[in-house]
Design a protein around this ligand. Structure first.
Ligand SMILES: [Zn+2]
Ligand SMILES: [Zn+2]
Length: 366
């Protein structure tokens, strides 16, 4: 079938809206009509070349839609299902899946980095040229073909634009506080970076019962937004930020800090924000090849803990429906995360807005 999609031909060039050929779903694959796709920094890391990916590619990995057709040997989803797409699909039987770490599933690692399906080939084409699927999803397109394991069926009474965000920013942020760091009632938390991921860490820390939630960002517009999502204190990042956090915590630092940005200097700052015995959780994805300089002497002497959080340590099939239940119950703010909606033709405008930092989340609507 012919579809409209946003194509990246070369790093550091705008996305181009093109008509592509999309093959029918093969064995174990599913055709999904995309309803909404969020705009995320991880897509931008491919656009600016920081993440290497086979090109040309269709980006987009925070999507939700409706199953239109299924290939052979598909048992986990059905035509008509509303689904959130999962960019870290799990096979259920590899080393990590058997150890209850489906977010680290190794079966899909290689095909996803290669931009292809499990059989090693893409379903997208531009003329005779292959086009690759970012994260095995490629949601900046009217339709996608994905492995059935990438589809998480959800309740039908939630808007699909809200559901789309669960597929990246919400799972990553809420999961980091709930499942990776396991914030406990009464604890104190610093969250550095108040974009789509950081705001979700803030609201999840509040859900966990954190008593003090200190939000830090360079953008004054984020201060009020952070408070709306549950921050008890909002600090504009400057040379006094660390002292301000210590002043709030008897000179010790907070029990937890979260880096929601993915920049080595921010990660190093995060370690300074926590008290001895506290936990720093690294959530934002730093570009591959960068290195963070954390002082081993401090980590040892002060028993500080540093954790990586990949996709919020979620089990997508278990947790995506649960996150949407929390939204319906009024315990997670998801509508408020969407600051702007765009048609596919304005996708480059959406990325410009994300980079200027004024928005929580921009969503492309189909
Ligand atoms: Zn993302
Ligand atoms: Zn697996």
């Amino acid at each position: 079938m012919k579809i409209q999609a946003a194509l990246l031909h070369q790093p550091n060039t705008p996305l181009q809206i093109e008509t592509l050929d999309l093959d029918s779903p093969g064995k174990g694959e599913v055709l999904v009509r995309i309803a909404a796709s969020g705009v995320c920094h991880s897509d931008y890391h491919v656009m600016n070349g920081a993440t290497k990916h086979p090109l040309p590619a269709v980006l987009g990995h925070e999507g939700a839609g409706v199953v239109e057709a299924v290939g052979t040997e598909v048992s986990q989803v059905h035509v008509g299902d509303h689904v959130v797409l999962n960019w870290a699909p799990a096979c259920g039987h590899c080393f990590y899946c058997l150890r209850d770490k489906p977010n680290l599933c190794e079966t899909f690692t290689e095909p996803i980095w290669a931009g292809v399906m499990l059989d090693g080939t893409p379903r997208l084409h531009l003329g005779n040229e292959p086009v690759y699927h970012y994260c095995g999803l490629a949601t900046f397109a009217e339709y996608v073909v994905v492995p059935q394991e990438s589809c998480v069926p959800i309740r039908r009474d939630v808007p699909l634009k809200v559901a789309a965000l669960v597929g990246c920013a919400v799972a990553t942020g809420v999961g980091a506080a709930l499942y990776t760091a396991e914030v406990r009632p009464g604890e104190s938390v610093t969250v550095i970076g108040c974009g789509g991921v950081g705001l979700n860490i803030i609201q999840a820390a509040a859900l966990c019962g954190a008593e003090m939630i200190v939000a830090v960002d360079t953008n004054p517009a984020k201060m009020e937004l952070a408070r709306q999502f549950g921050a008890t204190h909002a600090l504009l990042s400057n040379e006094n930020t660390l002292q301000a956090i210590r002043d709030l915590t008897g000179g010790r630092g907070t029990d937890h800090a979260f880096d929601a940005i993915g920049v080595p200097a921010v990660q190093e700052f995060g370690l300074e924000c926590i008290r001895p015995g506290g936990t720093l959780t690294l959530v934002g994805l730093a570009p591959m090849g960068t290195a963070t300089n954390l002082p081993g002497a401090i980590i040892t002497r002060q028993e500080k803990v540093v954790k990586g959080s990949y996709y919020g340590t979620v089990n997508a099939n278990r947790d995506f429906p649960k996150l949407l239940d929390l939204y319906v119950a009024g315990k997670l703010k998801l509508d408020e995360l969407i600051s702007q909606e765009y048609p596919l033709s304005d996708i480059n405008v959406a990325f410009d807005a994300m980079l200027s930092g004024g928005v929580a989340r921009g969503v492309v609507m189909f």
